[in-house]
Design a protein around this ligand. Structure first.
Ligand code: NAP
Length: 428
């Protein structure tokens, strides 16, 4: 039987998960591919770390990156993360004509164009199913299953850590730091959770989805990226009272060839299909002009779900070695996206003003909003005997983000404003 020799960079959560599935499903993989997958060499940082599971009796471990490709493996699987050594290894493999499978969204979002161009030039595979949505097969869905559709919108919950935190804040009324500490305890959040809670990880994944859905490159630094660190329990409970839940949303919409894209916390009506995606789960809701709406839901991280996606790519390469499909496009997948300015986004909005309880305040707020064509759909005011500032919450009809920002700037100059105004978009 044919042997497929794999060089594996990284033997942490995903690397170990992958090796376990290869072992567990060995007979099944043989049946599907007619090949046996052998992880020949593994690159790690610390060779002395105990490794209770070893991929194969013949597997050797190394800490020397230069050794990894020495034996000309059939496939390099990159699962170390980061954008420097991972980049060097992938580039070297592609240059040598070795196909690569990676889960590295940070690298693909920032240098994907360069690496995919190199893979195309060399006629080898660079596959990355696990880079978005962990075990959810969104990459292949966009590349293959929906290839005939124009994708008009993608709205996703792409970061399980942030979603777990928001779910705990909503359901258990925990504040942000308590929810984050619990996420870390359960292994959903890294010791340094910045990429997750600041929306950067979701933005990396969004940049990849944009590329796959639209065949254009949206420069990562141009994405609107807002995280959940400033979201207060107060806003979460007002939203609940009004029939909404908060989610960290990654979204791209296409309008006449222009793309509007970003990651931001938003209110979703409780009956929205994404509002029910709780805990560490991910979901991606997309609209194709032929297929209509489709939602994919599943585990966006973890050893076996992510390992499952990596293995799918390996199997795909083994089966279609001579005809790789890296991008899903034959023509010009690397052109720059035509971008709609984030400030031109139109949506309904949630505002919370912190005001002194005195006559004329509501009229003054409504007056400024009116000047910027922002009309109020619902209002609630809650007086608390213990607090100097009274929260006033408005839900508005559709308004342009640019007008919202200008109105807030003006409103925050009033002497009755105690704390800066907060606002979030509401998704229909
Ligand atoms: N974890 C998930 O659920 C998940 C989901 C989707 C995508 N991903 C992506 O998958 C990749 C791997 O994630 P992971 O969670 O498996 O990471 P991880 O648990 O931190 O494992 C990283 C592995 O890479 C090795 N490594 C790191 N830096 C190295 C260096 N400079 N030289 C040699 N070896 C090095 C580590 O070696 P030691 O074992 O010696 O420390 C470890 O084996 C990342 O790109 C991540 O974004 C992860």
């Amino acid at each position: 039987m044919k042997k497929v020799r794999i060089a594996l960079a990284g033997f942490g959560t995903v690397g170990t998960g992958l090796a376990k599935i290869i072992r567990e499903n060995e007979e099944w993989i043989k049946k599907r591919t007619g090949a046996v997958l052998i992880i020949e060499k593994v690159l790690v940082r610390d060779i002395s770390k105990p490794r209770p599971f070893v991929p194969h009796p013949t597997t050797t471990f190394t800490t020397n990156p230069a050794e990894l490709l020495e034996g000309n493996p059939d496939i390099l699987v990159e699962l170390i993360g980061g954008t420097s050594l991972a980049y060097e290894l992938i580039k070297k493999a592609l240059e040598k004509g070795i196909s690569v499978v990676t889960a590295n969204k940070a690298l693909l979002a920032t240098r994907g164009k360069e690496l995919l161009s190199l893979a195309e030039e060399k006629g080898v595979g660079l596959y990355f199913e696990a880079s978005v949505g962990g075990g959810i097969p969104i990459v292949e869905t966009l590349k293959e299953s929906l290839a005939g559709n124009r994708i008009t919108s993608i709205t996703g919950i792409l970061n399980g850590t942030a979603n777990y935190i928001l779910t705990q804040m909503s359901q258990k009324e925990w504040d942000f730091s308590t929810a984050l500490a619990e996420a870390q305890k359960r292994g959903y959040a890294e010791a340094d959770p910045t990429l997750d809670i600041e929306g950067i990880d979701a933005a990396h994944k969004l940049a990849i989805l944009i590329f796959l859905a639209h065949g254009v490159v949206y420069p990562f630094e141009k994405l609107r990226v807002e995280g959940i660190t400033d979201l207060s329990l107060k806003d979460i409970s007002f939203a609940q009272e009004l029939g909404y839940v908060f989610k960290l949303i990654a979204q791209v919409k296409e309008k006449s060839g222009y793309l509007q894209a970003g990651v931001f916390p938003a209110l979703l009506p409780k009956n929205h299909i994404l509002a029910k995606v709780d805990g560490p789960y991910n979901a991606i809701l997309l609209n194709g002009n032929a297929v209509g709406p489709i939602m994919l839901y599943g585990q966006g991280a973890g050893d076996l779900p992510t390992g499952s996606a990596v293995l799918a790519d390996i199997i795909s390469l083994v089966k279609n070695n001579k005809q790789v499909n890296n991008t899903g496009f034959i023509e010009s997948p690397f052109e720059p996206a035509k971008i709609l300015e984030p400030l031109s986004v139109v949506s309904e909005h949630y505002f919370r003003f912190s005001v002194l309880d005195k006559p004329g305040v509501l009229a003054a707020l409504a007056g400024v909003l009116g000047e910027y064509n922002i009309s109020i759909a619902q209002a609630i005011q809650k007086a608390s005997p213990s607090e100097r500032a009274v929260p006033v919450v408005f839900l508005t009809h559709r308004a342009r983000l640019k007008d919202v920002k200008k109105a807030i700037k003006e409103i925050d100059k009033f002497d009755f404003i105690v704390n800066p105004t907060v606002h979030y978009p509401i998704l229909p």
